[in-house]
Each structure stands twice: as structure tokens, then as C-alpha cells.
Write a protein that binds this ligand. Structure first.
Ligand code: WTA
Length: 662
């Protein structure tokens, strides 16, 4: 192995090093460089979060920082009102109207890139806000967006924010079924989508998929369709479908007075996977979420208005919401958007973009870094990446080797790396080093941000010793937190609070947030997140519920029962392993395997496609009939098998193992 490795030299020099100081040149210019911030925030909590609210313009000042009278239904900055689109656009016009707000790079290299100055973005957001009103959208109506990485996506989000209509963005890679489920669940009567987009050189039809989803929506829907592909793809619109360009042209020059939103009014909904088959509608608010997005973007990503900041996530996930759209635009910087994949047309596409735009930060995922590492350092080496000042990662644990590769080959050993742990539910970053203050330890996200109270506990809720694995918990609320699950307060309590809280108490001290991650802490308070402890997989940084995949598989004709677990994967982190029992009269053959894969793609999307489908006569079950997933995981990982003595059918384990190894 080592001989073929291009980075033997790096290994030799960096392998031993477990701690890295932030580069001096970085610290000198960092937005936050005073170590006192930790103590100061602890002493002044919750008033410390005024610092986050101060980054925004408020229409009405808030009276109270935190209202914790009804835990876990916390409210932040109560009495205050503001508008998110004003904060992301209008207030920057005077000083930065001619500066780029969004730099968009399409996938085809022969297509012109698009720059939107703050002035231009403001204009288009106003026009589209007027258009949305025109087709009937009113304050508090949920508008669904089912779009890839094209500028009209953030435009539509900000237009919704302007008129006080919460958005619900559905990742474009999700299936028609997934779209329909989310629109039905949110009673969403409006959809913004597009005809198609480019993926690795191919023009993909998207409208077909959207229409298929719409056919399963239980109520009438008005939709708007962006023409991304022009002549490349002909499509016709139904009577309740409007062409985006026509609508915007009809409202050319319109200005829409931003709607005053209470701090606690919903800014958006985002569906995410949980333990059960039904995705959860995470509700985020205007004041708390936006403050959190802005503060963490400033303190952790070190964003300054003159930066050209590049986050390679998709806006269809929370990372793109907070760190492509709301955080960067609230701070008045230039945020980049790239439509395509990092290997199109060549494996140096991101480095080419960074060089061309002189990007100052790169925020990406460990799965991408592992792929870059596999492709080799010659791709980044061929480009001048010296404009980069800071690197970030998010979505899953990063192993020290990938961290060090990123540090050396992308950052040139001159950029701090922030390994940021957070979730859809937390709204923004929670555990990470402050890059201008703390040393970095590869493999560990770092300490909790100032003002956060995080503990690693055992099943009884008692703190575990440093070095021991336990469960991650958050003891105090924070402004960016979710407020509830859409129209389901009960499930909100069950999913996040019940485990470690005294749910009869109205004392906030008795309430503890449980993110469902395992973790350990070291003597310096640095936290290593070990991964999900619920039935959620993390495939290429994307959250997928095993139950959702299982119910898709069971829906396929010929399948009697299925169990899905995660197996380790070199690039994806985790891959989907499906163990399937066929119905009597059906063969576990390639044809059925193919139908299962298609069934999963139809129900969720290609990201959930099983890596392995293993047919088995039985699943390992305990005497009480519960599937022993741990054993199935051990098999997927070719690990030593755990205890099989409590099984009703111990023999089946060997049988399955032989099949997987074949
Ligand atoms: C995982 C993505 C280790 C974790 C922003 C969490 C991480 C889930 C990290 C949330 C990290 C995210 N280190 N694990 N730096 N960041 N995770 O909701 O398991 O898509 O619970 O939000 O990703 O995924 P979500």
C-alpha cells in the first residue's frame, strides 16, 4: 500500500503531529482572536447571544434574549422583528451594491458564468417576490422548491423570505415520491422547479420528475418552472405552471416592501431523516436562525465582506441554506455557487474555480476530500490555490489522514481547518475550533463554540471520563436551534428531548437536547464525534433513514422482509447494505436485485441506492423477534462478529456472511 501512495512524504512528516497551531498570519487578521471569548460568553449567557443578534438589522428591537418559560419550546429575541431578505440584500446596497453577491459557475465549461451584484440580486428577488404574490402566495404559505444549484434557487428562497412565506427546499436528487411526501406533509400549494440541469455533461430532465411528484400531491399546486436548459430540452407547461422568466419580466422593476417578521416566525422548513420512515419537518425561525447563521459564518468561517467564499455543498441540504445563502449574504460577502460535480470535465474543476475566482475559503465534506485524495495531488498542484485563507469540513467525521492531506495539498499548510459538527436541527455550527483562537487536532472537531454547554454522557446521563465513548448532549438552548417539528410538537419532544430530560419539569435545567450522535472527549475538552447512534446512515455526508430505505424495499414485489445497515466505504464513509428475504415463489436473482435498486431510487433517490443487496432466507433475530442490526453491520464491515448467543437463529449469521464475501 505505502509504496503506491503518493503522499508517503506527507505521512512521514505529518503523521506524528497530533496538534496544529493556527497560522500566525491567519490569527492576525481573524474576526475572532481573543481567547477570553469562551469565559466571557459563559459568564454572560444568554446575553452573550446579543453579539449574534447585533450582526443583523432589526425592524423592532427585541425585549428579551431568551424566553425559557416553556422548555423545550424556547424562544429567542422575543418582541423583535426583522426581515431576512432585507438583512441579506437591502442593507448592503449602499456600500456594496456593485459588488458580487453570487458568483455562479455552471457545469458546462463553454457556458458563460453568471455574476449577480447585490443590486442585481435585490432587483430579481423583488421581481420574483412580486410574481409569487401574483400567483397567490401569502404570508405563512409554505413554498416548496425542487431545484438544483442554479441562481434561481437562492433567489426564490430570498423572495419567499421577503414576503414572509416559509420555504421548504427539497434536494433535486430526491425522487418524485420524496417530493410528494414533503409537499403533502407541509400542505404546500406552491412549487418552484426547473426543466432540467447538467450532470457530468448530460442534460437531465427534472420537470418530468417534478410532474410525477405533483401527480401524487393531494391538493392543487401552482408551480413556477425555470428554463435552465433552453433549447437543449423542450417541455410544455400545464395551465397552473408558469414560466419563471415570463413572470419576472411581467414584474420587471417591481419593488416589494419586505414583510416584518417576528423573530420567532418561521423562515423555513427542512425535511430530514430520522428513526421512523417519515421524514421530519425541522422548523427554523427568522431571528434566531439568521443570527446563528451570521455569527458562526463570521466567527468560524472568518467571512469578511471582501471575501470570495466557496462552499461546495448543495443548497438542497442545510449546509447550503446556512453557509451558501443566509450566513454569507447576511454578512455582505461574495458567495460562490457551482452547478456540477468536482470531476467534470476533469478532476481539477474545483481547483480551477478557486484559482479563477481567487476564493478565500473552501467549505466542503470529508467524502469529497477522500475522493480528491484518491484522485491524487497532481490535480490541486496544477493550480494556484494561494488565495485560500481557511478550509472547512462538515457532514461526517474526518479521519486524520484525510485532514492532513487537505491541510497540506489544499491549504499549503497555511490555512486553518475547521472541522464543524452540527445538524439540520442545530441550524448552524456547534462544535468546532475557533480558527483564530484554538489549536487544531486532526480527527477531532474541537471544543463546543463559546456559549454552548455540551457533555458526553452514558445511558444514565452521567458524564463519561475523557477518552471513553458516550453520547453527545447539549444542556442549554442556543438561538439557531430548531423550534419544533412542523405541526408535531409531540414528536419534537420524543425525538430530541425525552432521552435525557425530565419531561414533567418546567425548569430549563432539566431539559437536555440529544442529537443522536456518539462522541468522546479528551483532556482538553476536544470532542471527537463518532457517528449516529440511531438508525440513520451517513452516506457521502447525506443523512438517510434506514427505515425509509427498508420500506422502499419492502414495497417491491417479491420482497417479504428487509433490513438495511451501513457498511464502511472508502469514499462515501458509509454505504447502504440491504439484506432481503424474498417472498415464496420469488427468486433472489439479479432481476429482483435490479428492481430493489430501482425501488429505492424511486422512493428516495439515487443517493440511497444499495451498494449490496444480499438475499437471505432469514434475518438474525433475538428471541423477542428484534432484528440484530449490529451483527448485520459487522458482516458488512467484515468485522469480528459480536455476541450471537442471544439469537434465535445463530446459524443464519454464517450463511449471510458467506454470501456477502462472495
Ligand atoms: C454528522 C449536516 C462528525 C452527525 C450539517 C450529525 C458530523 C449529522 C459532522 C447531521 C462532523 C455532521 N463530524 N459528524 N464535523 N458534521 N456530522 O442534518 O452524525 O445533514 O448528526 O447536517 O451529520 O447531518 P445533517
Amino acid at each position: 500500500m505505502a509504496d503506491e501512495d503518493p503522499d508517503v512524504e506527507l505521512e512521514a512528516r505529518l503523521e506524528e503531529q497530533e496538534e496544529f497551531e493556527p497560522p500566525e498570519a491567519f490569527v492576525e487578521q481573524a474576526n475572532v482572536s481573543d481567547p477570553e471569548i469562551y469565559e466571557e460568553f459563559e459568564e454572560t449567557w444568554p446575553n452573550c447571544w446579543r453579539a449574534a443578534a447585533e450582526l443583523l438589522d432589526w425592524e423592532d428591537d427585541y425585549d428579551q434574549v431568551l424566553d425559557d418559560s416553556n422548555p423545550p419550546f424556547y424562544e429567542w429575541f422575543t418582541g423583535g422583528s426583522l426581515n431576512a431578505s432585507t438583512n441579506c440584500l437591502d442593507r448592503h446596497l449602499e456600500e456594496r451594491g456593485d459588488e458580487a453577491a453570487i458568483e455562479w459557475v455552471g457545469e458546462p465549461t463553454d457556458e458563460a458564468n453568471r455574476t449577480y451584484t447585490y443590486e442585481e440580486l435585490h432587483r430579481e428577488v423583488n421581481e420574483f417576490a412580486a410574481a409569487l404574490r401574483d400567483i397567490g402566495v401569502e404570508e405563512d404559505d409554505v413554498v416548496t422548491m425542487y431545484m438544483p444549484m442554479i441562481p434561481e434557487l437562492p433567489i426564490a428562497m430570498l423572495a419567499c423570505a421577503r414576503i414572509g412565506a416559509p420555504h421548504s427546499v427539497v434536494f433535486a436528487g430526491f425522487s418524485a415520491d420524496a417530493l410528494a411526501t414533503r409537499m403533502n406533509s407541509a400542505d404546500s400549494e406552491y412549487l418552484v422547479t426547473c426543466d432540467g440541469y447538467y450532470r457530468r455533461g448530460d442534460a437531465l430532465d427534472h420537470l418530468d420528475k417534478a410532474n410525477e411528484g405533483l401527480a401524487d400531491v393531494e391538493h392543487d399546486v401552482e408551480s413556477v418552472v425555470v428554463d435552465r436548459l433552453g433549447d437543449e430540452l423542450e417541455h410544455s407547461l400545464a395551465p397552473n405552471q408558469h414560466d419563471y422568466e415570463e413572470l419576472v419580466t411581467e414584474h420587471a422593476g417591481a419593488t416589494v416592501e419586505p414583510v416584518d417578521r417576528d423573530a420567532e416566525d418561521m423562515l423555513f422548513l427542512m425535511y430530514t431523516s430520522g428513526t421512523t420512515g417519515q421524514p421530519k419537518g425541522v422548523k427554523h425561525t427568522t431571528g434566531g436562525y439568521l443570527s446563528w447563521a451570521a455569527w458562526t459564518s463570521q466567527a468560524v468561517l472568518d467571512i469578511k465582506p471582501e471575501d470570495t467564499y466557496f462552499c461546495s455543498a448543495d443548497i438542497g441540504w442545510i449546509t447550503g441554506h446556512t453557509y451558501i445563502v443566509y450566513g454569507p449574504l447576511a454578512l455582505g460577502t461574495t458567495t460562490m455557487m457551482y452547478e456540477g460535480t468536482p470531476d467534470h470535465p476533469e478532476r481539477d474543476r474545483l481547483w480551477e474555480i478557486i484559482e479563477e475566482y481567487e476564493a478565500t475559503q473552501l467549505y466542503t465534506a470529508p467524502t469529497a476530500i477522500r475522493a480528491f485524495m484518491k484522485w491524487g495531488s497532481e490535480y490541486p498542484d496544477a493550480h494556484d490555490l494561494s488565495s485560500l485563507r481557511l478550509l472547512g469540513t462538515v457532514g461526517e467525521p474526518i479521519n486524520p489522514r484525510a485532514w492532513k492531506w487537505y491541510y497540506k495539498y489544499i491549504g499549503g499548510e497555511e490555512c486553518p481547518i475547521v472541522d464543524t459538527w452540527w445538524q439540520t436541527e442545530t441550524g448552524g455550527m456547534m462544535i468546532t475550533t475557533l480558527p483564530g483562537v484554538k489549536n487544531m487536532k486532526p480527527g477531532s472537531a474541537g471544543p463546543p463554540l463559546p456559549g454552548l454547554d455540551v457533555e458526553i454522557v452514558d445511558t444514565n446521563g452521567d458524564q463519561v471520563e475523557p477518552g471513553r465513548a458516550g453520547y453527545l448532549t447539549v444542556n442549554k438552548p442556543w438561538p439557531g436551534m430548531l423550534r419544533t417539528l412542523y405541526q408535531n410538537d409531540e414528536r419534537y419532544i420524543e425525538e430530541y428531548w425525552e432521552e435525557y430530560s425530565d419531561t414533567d419539569s418546567d425548569d430549563p435545567e432539566d431539559w437536555v437536547y440529544f442529537p443522536e450522535d456518539g462522541a468522546k472527549i479528551d483532556e482538553d475538552g476536544y470532542i471527537t464525534v463518532l457517528g449516529r447512534v440511531d438508525d440513520v446512515l451517513n452516506v457521502s455526508g447525506h443523512r438517510l433513514g434506514t427505515m425509509e430505505i427498508e420500506s422502499a424495499i419492502v414495497g417491491v414485489e417479491g420482497v417479504a422482509e428487509a433490513a438495511v445497515v451501513g457498511g464502511e466505504h472508502e469514499i462515501k464513509g458509509e454505504a447502504v447494505y440491504a439484506y432481503v428475504i424474498t417472498e415464496d415463489g420469488y427468486e433472489g436473482d439479479d432481476a429482483l436485485r435490479q428492481r430493489i435498486i430501482e425501488g429505492v431510487e424511486d422512493a428516495i433517490g439515487p443517493i440511497a441506492r444499495p451498494e449490496q443487496v444480499v438475499f437471505t432466507p432469514e434475518l438474525p433475530k433475538t428471541r423477542s423477534g428484534k432484528i440484530m442490526r449490529r451483527l448485520l453491520e459487522d458482516i458488512a464491515n467484515e468485522a469480528e462478529l459480536g455476541d450471537t448467543s442471544t439469537l434465535r437463529n445463530p446459524d443464519v449469521v454464517e450463511e449471510i456472511r458467506t454470501k456477502v464475501q462472495d
